[in-house]
Design a protein around this ligand. Structure first.
Ligand code: ADP
Ligand code: MG
Length: 451
């Protein structure tokens, strides 16, 4: 089954080359390198994945890029991709003591990827994060007993990672014997994948089950893979039964993690679930003051207020603004007073150019690997309707164009079609994590060009 005919081999080499340009090199080596095209006809392409985990992941995350690239290479016809796997699957491998592969073990950064600045001392407490902070502090003084698990959720850039790492730093400082493991969920997933390759499940399990406190950051990442969730569930149970502390963070509450099973949600509810909200004005001022002290910047209260008024939602953005101001001040040897700050942060808005629909179309077609003519066409393939509707939604959101005008740019569509597309994507955005991540990424790309 895994034999690859010559023609397929050539086409596949071409496809892989193109995919390389569309994804990061790490994504490419992790997901695409080991795939093979084994057969294709007018409508379908059969791709062989090394294991079911990989095929599931491709299915959930990269199917669009895969099918559109195949389409491009095999004559602009969008192909339906069928993923096949070699017959070995995870359970089988597990029960047969397997030959160790020579592949290097995953790069696990765990303990060393703790940022020393992410301490409780450097975390500013306000109404938006008071409970999360108090719970994190309690966990760091009595792990395994205070709140187990502790689940912190909230939008990006509001200090979840900071709090998780504060717990690590505090535990490590207090007791040398506590085995603490902090790990982004993505690393857990990567470790799981590489264990599928090596088959060394004992090693995998021992790693997690021997520790006293396990902190997994961004567990919404589990949405992408059922088999990893399964393994995570067992890890969770093993630790919990021994009263080991578990701390988790996510960008949404447990029940909103797409595809997550009820049994995991209910485990998360055994402990404390707490949310971090965006800082209000006073907290923003306080955060700005704290950060500027850490950055050795001197600013007046007026400047801090002005920045807080103009700061948007996240602390990460506040930090970015401060870094910029500091940089400009150093370059221009200016004092950081209100005028200077207005000039610096006022600049981008003054010159903020308007976002055009052509640009949105350019970014959307590039991302989904489709042609503009396909968006204009009347074709109803999902692989084309999705980018088409995404483009209409983004045009509604980011430009001042009317429904009719957008319809005009979209191959002469009716204004009700635009309205419908916009509604549809808005709803999908709420329900489907992959879509909402894609949209966020596209918007960020567009906005970046208008800073
Ligand atoms: P998240 O994990 O929620 O996306 P991070 O923990 O990475 O966010 O926080 C983003 C940045 O903002 C970090 O540099 C962090 O130190 C800082 N930060 C967030 N909240 C606070 C806070 N309450 N006090 C001080 N710094 C904060
Ligand atoms: Mg984080």
């Amino acid at each position: 089954m895994s034999d690859q005919p010559d023609n397929e081999k050539q086409i596949w080499a071409h496809v892989q080359k193109k995919i390389k340009e569309k994804v990061t090199s790490q994504q490419f080596t992790t997901w695409f390198e080991s795939l093979k095209l084994i057969k294709f006809n007018v409508d379908d392409a059969y791709i062989l994945a090394p294991n079911s985990f990989c095929s599931e992941w491709i299915e959930n995350n990269y199917i669009d890029v895969l099918s559109s690239t195949l389409g491009e290479v095999t004559n602009a016809r969008y192909k339906k991709v069928k993923l096949l796997t070699e017959s070995i699957d995870v359970e089988e491998k597990e029960s047969t003591p397997s030959v160790q592969s020579n592949e290097p073990l995953p790069k696990e950064k765990n303990r060393s990827n703790i940022n020393k600045n992410y301490s409780f001392d450097n975390f500013l407490v306000g109404p938006c994060n008071r409970l999360a902070h108090a719970a994190a502090l309690a966990v760091s003084t009595s792990p395994g007993t205070a709140y187990n698990p502790l689940f912190i959720h909230g939008p990006v850039g509001l200090g979840k990672t900071h709090l998780l790492q504060s717990i690590c730093l505090a535990l490590q400082k207090r007791s040398g014997v506590q085995k603490v493991l902090y790990m982004p969920c993505e690393s857990f997933v990567n470790h799981y994948i590489s264990t599928i390759k090596t088959g060394d499940w004992n090693r995998f399990r021992n790693k997690y089950r021997e520790i006293d406190t396990l902190l997994i950051d961004d567990v919404h990442f589990l949405a992408n893979s059922q088999s990893t969730r399964e393994e995570f569930f067992h890890t969770f149970n093993a630790l919990y039964t021994c009263q080991k502390q578990i701390v988790l963070s996510s960008d949404c509450p447990p029940e909103e993690i797409p595809a997550i099973e009820e049994r995991l949600i209910s485990r998360f509810r055994w402990g404390l679930i707490t949310r971090i909200d965006p800082p209000g004005f006073e907290t923003s001022v306080a955060i700005i003051q704290k950060k500027t002290v850490l950055m050795n910047m001197e600013i007046s209260y007026d400047v801090a207020r002005y920045l807080a008024e103009h700061a948007t939602s996240s602390v990460r953005e506040i930090e970015g603004t401060l870094t910029n101001i500091n940089k400009y001040a150093m370059i221009s040897e200016n004092k950081i007073d209100l005028d200077f700050v207005k000039q610096v942060i006022g600049k981008p808005t003054k010159h903020k150019s308007y976002i055009g629909i052509e640009e949105i179309l350019g970014i959307v077609t590039k991302h989904f690997g489709v042609q503009l003519s396909q968006l204009h066409s009347k074709r109803k393939l999902k692989s084309i309707t999705l980018p088409r509707q995404v483009a209409m939604h983004l045009a509604r959101k980011l430009t001042n164009l009317s429904l009719e005008e957008i319809g005009g740019f979209m191959g002469g569509r009716d204004h009700t079609t635009v309205m419908h597309a916009d509604e549809k994507i808005k709803n999908l955005r709420k329900q489907d994590r992959n879509i909402s991540a894609t949209l966020r990424k596209l918007e960020a790309t567009i906005n970046k060009q208008h800073k």
